[in-house]
Design a protein. Structure first.
Length: 560
């Protein structure tokens, strides 16, 4: 080392003489860890510090995606030691050992490691403090929990469930708290949207949904089931004594630099309560109309329609097809000081600055319909109705669209023209539908091939036949892409999702056909003259563009 670390950081970070003295006092006088000392004097840019340390010590900075997939264990080195010094083993073989650390200034643990591995060279890497701690929790947290938990294996679950005070105490024990935090953190790291805690006769399974598909995580011991469920219910302010009826709750947490809003739902099953956590991480949602996956033609039409002064636009699709994200992206574009936007939702998933959002509460009779009646008197320009479920809500939505408001809402239908049939089934007159409706957008979400590992291949006869069934101009020689799987995508072959869309705009001839009572199939034929294509057409375009696979498009469009 050519000069001490304080002098080096003073020069590289251009610290004042006073700040440099404070740093020297924290490091040499108080013997504080480097990152904590820097934070205490007001320097919290860890990326910049790690970059400087990387150059100074000649150590590479690793991302969390480069961390090991499975825990590396050494006899004689405790997990507490790793936690205390923010270290994690990266790999070990007969020739060398690799360690990720956050604080190269902390020499004491490094000397311990050098002595422990006296026969092997130790290679060091740098990593972010929160990422190393998260990895330690993910790899070693459940092992610690199982070893630390004091409940005997042969105690029956009923014993704990009947003793509420003991159950409450168990739910607040450090091992249970740590295990729940580890499971949530691991699911967030895996980009999961939901975590499912599912009791079975002999096991307590945990699964998480990634890009719309469920994957199983390591199962906690069955005897920890009551404590884990009670912990989740306490976090969500639920009644842990009530196990016969479903309950809903909400948890707000901060993991590292992430603020996470979690919706919690419980349901009684024959083997105990099933709990589902919906992870709503604001950072993971892209509210940009340009980035939802619409093609250029759809985007131009939708951008024009949402600027209309009045009328109704519906977004349709099953649960989890991205309808809310699409509507929020539209509202974000329309969110200007010159417009008043009010939403009625069940529930309000994300808060948007500048928009008045209302959560329906059926228990106090604040339903969609009742809320909408009052909101029309709030002088809105734009109304978002979370979902049209009944005649009353549909009737007020149509009336609002006809009286000078731009209305957005969702329906559960298989395709866009089917929305007309659904509105008729709810008791809305055909002429009112024709006069108020501007367009219907149907959508699904397809998984996107991982850009790090996807492989090209020459399309076979079956692939070409499948594509030509929906797209006329498909060349006889075509390169498509298949999923492989790597560390970057969690070995699934896919990373992220994009929408596929069909856009059904209400032109004059379609409006006349709606008034005449024509069925959805006839309306779809008319719409094809105006460029309408079904969902699978847009999906096949994404297959040709190398974004997804044929099997994935068939999976979400239910065409097998």
């Amino acid at each position: 080392m050519t000069h001490d670390i304080v002098q080096m950081l003073t020069e590289r970070l251009q610290l004042s003489a006073e700040t440099s003295t404070l740093l020297r006092d924290r490091l040499y006088g108080s013997n504080m860890p480097l990152m904590e000392a820097l934070e205490e004097i007001g320097l919290s840019d860890e990326d910049a510090v790690l970059s400087i340390l990387s150059q100074f010590y000649g150590l590479k900075v690793l991302k969390s995606s480069e961390y090991p997939e499975r825990p590396v264990l050494f006899d004689g080195i405790s997990i507490d030691f790793l936690r205390r010094h923010v270290l994690i083993p990266l790999s070990s073989d007969e020739l060398s050992v690799a360690i990720i650390m956050n604080d190269p200034w902390d020499l004491a643990p490094l000397e311990v490691l050098e002595k422990y591995f006296s026969d092997l060279p130790v290679r060091y890497y740098l990593g972010h403090r929160d990422e190393i701690r998260t990895a330690i929790d993910r790899f070693y947290g459940s092992n610690t929990t199982e070893g630390s938990h004091s409940s005997p294996e042969n105690q029956s679950l009923e014993f704990y469930e009947d003793d509420l005070e003991r159950l409450r105490g168990m739910a607040q024990e450090a091992p249970v708290v740590r295990l729940v935090n580890v499971l949530i953190t691991r699911a967030l790291d895996m980009r999961a949207s939901d975590i499912h805690f599912e009791p079975t006769e002999k096991a307590f399974k945990v699964r998480c949904r990634i890009d719309g598909v469920l994957y199983e995580l390591d199962s906690p011991p069955k005897n920890m089931q009551p404590a884990i469920i009670s912990r989740l219910k306490l976090m969500a302010n639920m009644d842990i004594a009530e196990r016969r009826l479903p309950q809903d709750g909400r948890i707000k947490l901060r993991f590292g630099h992430r603020d996470v809003d979690i919706r919690v739902s419980t349901a009684p099953t024959i083997y105990g309560e099933s709990v589902v956590l919906r992870l709503l991480s604001q950072e993971s949602i892209e509210y940009d109309l340009n980035k939802l996956g619409m093609d250029r033609q759809h985007l131009e039409v939708v951008s024009d329609l949402i600027e209309r002064p009045f009328g109704m636009i519906l977004v349709t699709g099953p649960t989890g097809s991205g309808k809310t994200t699409t509507l929020y992206a539209i509202l974000r574009r329309l969110n200007k000081t010159t417009k008043k936007i009010i939403t009625v939702e069940d529930p309000v998933e994300y808060q948007i600055d500048g928009i008045n959002q209302i959560q329906v509460k059926p228990q106090i009779n604040l339903t969609f319909a009742n809320a909408l009646r009052s909101l029309v008197r709030q002088d809105p320009d734009i109304l978002l109705i979370g979902e049209i479920r009944d005649h009353e809500t549909a009737d007020i939505a149509i009336e609002s669209a006809l009286t000078g408001h731009l209305v957005f809402s969702t329906l559960h239908t298989n395709d866009a023209p089917g929305a007309i049939t659904r509105l008729r089934d709810l008791g809305i007159e055909s002429f009112l539908i024709a006069d108020s409706l501007l367009a219907v957008i149907a959508q699904r979400l397809v998984r996107v091939l991982c850009s790090s590992c996807k492989q090209p291949y020459k399309a076979g006869k079956e692939d070409l036949q499948a594509l030509k069934q929906w797209i006329e101009e498909v060349p006889d020689s075509l390169t498509l892409w298949r999923q492989v799987g790597c560390r970057e995508c969690g070995f699934t072959g896919f990373k992220g999702r994009e929408g596929i869309f069909e856009l059904f705009t209400i032109k004059d001839d379609i409006r006349s056909a709606i008034v005449a009572g024509q069925e959805a199939t006839h309306l779809a034929k008319l719409a094809r003259k105006h460029g309408y294509h079904p969902l699978i057409f847009h999906g096949c375009q994404k297959v040709i563009d190398g974004i997804t696979t044929i099997s994935e498009v068939l999976r979400v469009t239910s065409l097998f």
